[in-house]
Design a protein around this ligand. Sequence first.
Ligand SMILES: Nc1ncnc2c1ncn2[C@@H]1O[C@H](COP(=O)(O)OP(=O)(O)OP(=O)(O)O)[C@@H](O)[C@H]1O
Length: 723
Amino acid sequence: MLPCSASTRAAVTGAGLEPSGRQPDGVPFLTHPPPTSDGGSAVPARTPLDDERDHLAASRAALRAMRSDVEALDISDVTANWVNAEVLASEIAARIRSLADLAGTPLFFGRLDYEESLDEDGESGHRFYIGRRHVHDASGDPMVIDWRAPVSQPFYRASKRDPLGVALRRRFGYEGGDLTAYEDEHLTDPAEAATGSALLQREIERPRVGPMRDIVATIQPEQDEIVRAGLGGTVCVQGAPGTGKTAVGLHRVAYLLYTHRERLARSGTLVIGPNRSFLRYIEQVLPALGEMEVKQATVDELVARVEVRGADGAEAARIKGDARMAEVLRRAVRSGVRMPSEPVMVVRGSRRWRVPAHELEEIVRELASRDLRYGSAREALPQRVAHAVLVRMEQAGEAPDDRVQNAVARTPAVKAVVKECWPQVDPAKLVLRLLSDADFLAEQAEGILTPDEQKAILWERPPRSVKSARWSPADAVLVDEAHDLVERTGSLGHVVLDEAQDLSPMQYRAVGRRCSTGSATILGDIAQGTTPWATESWAAALAHLGKGRAGEAVIEELTQGFRVPRDVIAYASRLLPAIAPELNEATSIRESAGSLAIGRVARDDLDEAVVLACRTALENEGSIGLIAADARVPALAAALAAGGLSHLAPGDETSREARLTLVPASLAKGLEYDHVVLDEPAAVVSGEPDERTGLRRLYVALTRAVSGLAVVHAAPLPGPLAD
Ligand SMILES: Nc1ncnc2c1ncn2[C@@H]1O[C@H](COP(=O)(O)OP(=O)(O)OP(=O)(O)O)[C@@H](O)[C@H]1O
């Protein structure tokens, strides 16, 4: 049972109520069937749940009224021109959309009764209903409070030890849009025994189908602290598989948008995930929380300034992703800066103005010494030279103004100085040269990369042009860095980076410059790092992100596992000493220990046995994930087809009809399935460039299961699992 500091008890008695749930520890939660339309002859006595349903109906009516009010707005008189009218109309349309009542979810999922103003019956005190959005009645009084409002916070944080003024916390169970149960905790009642929440337990245990859902009704205190952390600082979350990192990151964005709506509307927010199928899996969470405007991208998409058609070997990718490359690029970008060899002579009318070479040199040196982007310095140079000319004009008794300075800056003579001393840099061409021209690379990487490292990143056959080059993902990050050295990358207000452990230092820098004036939420698990350059420490990752200064970021840990059942996580955790010895085994707060089956078959029977395991898994409710080494996927796809089982690809939405997904191990990260069939663990390990990475990939695959895991293998199990 989920540890819960407050006690839980079913507080309702009366006709018509059915104790329909009995959790394994015996805690009942009370349910009431939804009202039927045909009525029936025996009218049951009213129950507290009936009152709650009335409040739900009244809240729905109030929301409809709020929507009608907006729909009825006539803007024809208030807008001065058509542009304003269009902007206002689109804002109104968005507002109307946001006021839609989602039939499948109730408007509220909880209630708080504050202590001070409770009346004698404890029934009608200072009471707030907590829901996904704010709803008010005709006189403006709140009927439902947005879960992100400060007044809602005690719903997530109050405990018996610290009730935060809350006398009663009520959680509602619901089916579709109907309230079907409730569960009370009397936080200030010393007689009430401490126990767990059966509704929360039911939510965690429910079979998974379809995309990821929000957890707004059941956010836990340790998660809530992260969700509501201020916008000013960066939060980095280490958490074992299934501890809710992704869920927390997404709810944090929703919270920040609510709390700093205008600021973030201007600066923007972004969620970064490991691949498109993961992003498809999570894409409905924020819209369900009423947030439609958050962008999502992979790191590769962020830096897509060149077309990626190639791939690096592990060693080349590791070097290209190393933070030392930033210095190599910095030098390379500035390598074309030259000191002027001649004075500049500007002709205006009948007069000639001369600035000597040594003075030009002083200007160039001064610009080079400043912390300016290369492009900004290049723009400043002609103005500085023109200024030197203007000083001379003034000394000669003229009174030139700004227009004269601009005109001088545009003269061919000054332009020639700029061309000679501060040539234009095309970032992609520069990186192309760096990776093609051994002498140029040697010059820029002198004292930074060893000769062997330089050799490892040079292209064997240099491409002719930026277009024809077979850029790798790591090359694209280099081009992005070079681009930023020339021209500052715009910063967003907040960035959420999920599965952050896999990024190279150069990728962290690419993400960091996109939130250089904003903040970030960094989510990950060191044990799930499956790139050869995966980070070993969050402090190092934060430093690469540019958030490593004292007080700029906090590192938090999530410890309660909501996904993986006890027996399965214990099995997967056997790998921890080999893959992340400093991390503790994850805990599981799921009631069921989960089913774990491990079967060995002859090599020739493997595919058939896997298909059979999928068939068996399909006898259960919920989604099924068949996870296999990438190289095994085509054979298994054929075996499934031969066995008459259709399957989906990761990111395709599962439904009650299509529940089996064939998942290459490389795409399993972040996803979850009720039942996982894992094909040949040894192949998952050997599919990676080194053993530790392979075992980490296996750890990811083993921790995708919500209810059960079946491992089918022909080869011996990898080391720690064989014991
Ligand atoms: N407070 C909660 N209440 C109910 N369900 C929760 C809660 N927190 C997390 N979950 C559920 O647990 C599952 C795992 O969550 P999530 O995917 O966010 O974990 P994660 O830490 O990102 O996992 P991984 O490391 O594998 O990427 C999801 O189904 C999520 O909805």
